[in-house]
Ligand binder design. Structure first.
Ligand code: NAP
Length: 496
């Protein structure tokens, strides 16, 4: 019988088997806690690294840092990992730590509601039987719901359409006229891969991107052997990456002007690699460097220079059959449309519905934008701990470092709740308010407020996604669970 068939009143449910969910599960295992399940909507693990299989998918954080600190991999093939290798690393973690028996695949969570009397969450999934949990840990990431633009007339399009995060590998792009909408982190990775394959590529750019060179290369066999045989060097290499990345935090959070150094670099690169002056001018963004995510590529501008690539900055007005019509009336006939339009990143935990104390609905609680104490706890939603929650995203380093900080914190919450005599813990509303006020005040000085829209911000302009500081300050802040931050509700006589 597997762990998920034997729930008890201490059962822990994790939603999602990306890096957050797997990391949490590993720490539970290490602590000797077996009563947990991972509910996974798909049929395999990996989260964003399972979903994003587009050509050229890779990480823009160095492999040695974009991996668990406790599970080094000495034989990374390159400085920056490719999607298949990162996904294989995650599968390796599942096997090594014996997690497979805990995962319920093809089980999508629809809703969860908390019962004050029992102190338990009841979780409804796509399967009939609800699941009960003392602790509920959504680990769904910020980038899992593709954003699909609402284009007039799209239903009349008879060609192929898909989103970059749902790449249709059965569709052969060879010799096709392909439209790509969007020029963010995903587009800059796959456009250079497909531009030579397609007949014509119409790239619809709403905003340019600051694209800097990627200091990437394969590791030599010698380097891999050194990492393997002298583990301390592997760890020193990781530490060196960590501190180098960390030194950039101040540029994002306080001294945005420092990022101007990239501006000159990008302008120089564009001049060198793009022949057409009209294209060149379109490629230079009109907002400060870093306001949107800084992207890295060694072949983006070369791709832009290809004769079969048409860079269109006029907004899409409508679609008529297989023709995309822009606002200036230009008509573009295409066989396929690829949306590289990103994710609904500010709609945390959607489309799941969470109901907390007194029937409070999480979407209502977050009507002005998502917020959570330390990015983890939400007042009114006891025993719920979010991984990669509001204001924990980074522009300068590895999200795995943030996840490991959160997991350590949540482990303390789990231990607190497993002690007899406690029914639930609910973060105090004034603590959450004070925390959020401080985060929002600090964000005001950041480069993300320098005058652009981005996936970090809601339509009303509130930055719900980014952490405004160093990752080590976040680690220190989450290092110790302060019980006075929470209302602690004792168990009833029958539960104690
Ligand atoms: P994104 O960065 O949000 O880019 C979306 C692009 O689509 C932007 O250029 C955006 O333009 C455009 N767009 C959105 N809606 C549009 C519309 N209705 N009409 C026209 N254009 C529209 O999304 P992404 O490229 O998928 O990347 C999202 C995030 O995923 C990244 O920032 C990164 O954190 C992560 N990611 C990471 C890696 C990695 O290497 N680790 C790789 C891929 C993705 P505007 O800028 O004008 O809104």
């Amino acid at each position: 019988m597997s762990a998920i068939d034997t729930p008890n009143s201490q059962h822990i449910v994790i939603i999602g088997s990306g890096f957050g969910g797997l990391g949490m599960a590993i720490q539970l295992k290490k602590a000797g806690i077996e009563a947990f399940s991972i509910l996974e909507k798909a049929d395999s693990v990996g989260g964003t690294w399972r979903d994003n299989t587009y050509p050229g998918a890779a990480c823009d954080v160095q492999s040695h840092l974009y991996s668990f600190s406790f599970e080094p991999k000495s034989d990374w093939s390159r400085k920056f990992g490719l999607q298949p290798e990162i996904r294989a690393y995650m599968e390796h973690c599942v096997d090594k730590y014996g997690l497979r028996n805990h995962i319920r695949f093809n089980t999508e969570v629809r809703s969860a509601s908390f019962d004050r009397d029992t102190g338990l969450w009841t979780i409804q999934t796509t399967h009939r039987d609800p699941i009960e949990a003392r602790v509920l840990i959504p680990a769904c990431g910020q980038l899992n719901q593709p954003a699909i633009p609402d284009i007039k007339g799209i239903e009349s399009f008879k060609g192929k359409i898909f989103h970059s995060a749902r790449w249709d590998h059965s569709y052969d792009l060879t010799g096709k006229r392909v439209a790509v909408i969007g020029t963010g982190a995903s587009a800059i990775q796959f456009v250079p891969e497909i531009v030579h394959q397609v007949k014509a590529l119409k790239l619809f750019q709403r905003s340019g991107a600051w694209v800097i060179p990627k200091p990437d290369r394969p590791f030599t066999r010698f380097e891999q052997r050194v990492f393997e045989n002298v583990p301390v060097l592997d760890r020193l290499y990781r530490a060196q990456i960590y501190w180098r990345n960390e030194s950039r935090a101040l540029a994002f959070t306080r001294y945005g002007f420092l990022l101007n150094i990239f501006k000159w670099q990008v302008k120089h690169l564009v001049r060198k690699q793009v022949r057409d002056p009209v294209k060149r001018a379109k490629l230079i963004p009109d907002y400060p460097v870093g306001c949107k995510r800084i992207l890295m590529s060694n072949n983006w501008f070369q791709a832009m220079d290809q004769d079969n690539l048409d860079l269109i900055t006029e907004a899409v007005d409508r679609i008529e059959g297989n023709t995309i019509v822009t606002r200036d009336g230009q008509r573009h006939d295409v066989d396929a449309i690829i949306y590289a339009t990103g994710f609904k990143a500010t709609e945390f935990l959607s489309p799941m519905k969470f109901t907390g104390l007194d029937g409070i609905d999480l979407t209502r609680a977050w009507k002005d934008g998502a917020e959570a104490y330390k990015g983890i706890s939400v007042s009114g939603f006891p025993n719920l701990f979010i991984l990669y929650g509001p204001n924990t995203n980074l522009a300068h380093s590895s999200i795995l470092f943030m996840l490991e900080s959160q997991i350590r914190y949540v482990m303390q919450c789990v231990r607190t709740l497993q002690a007899p005599g406690l029914r639930y813990m609910d973060v105090k509303p004034d603590r959450q308010q004070a925390y959020d006020d401080n985060i929002q005040a600090r964000l005001k000085n950041s480069v993300w407020e320098a005058g652009c829209t981005s996936w970090y911000k809601t339509a009303s302009g509130r930055n719900t996604n980014n952490w405004p500081g160093f990752t080590f300050s976040y680690r220190l802040m989450t290092g110790k669970l302060e019980l006075q931050d929470y209302e602690l509700e004792p168990a009833t006589a029958t539960q104690a």
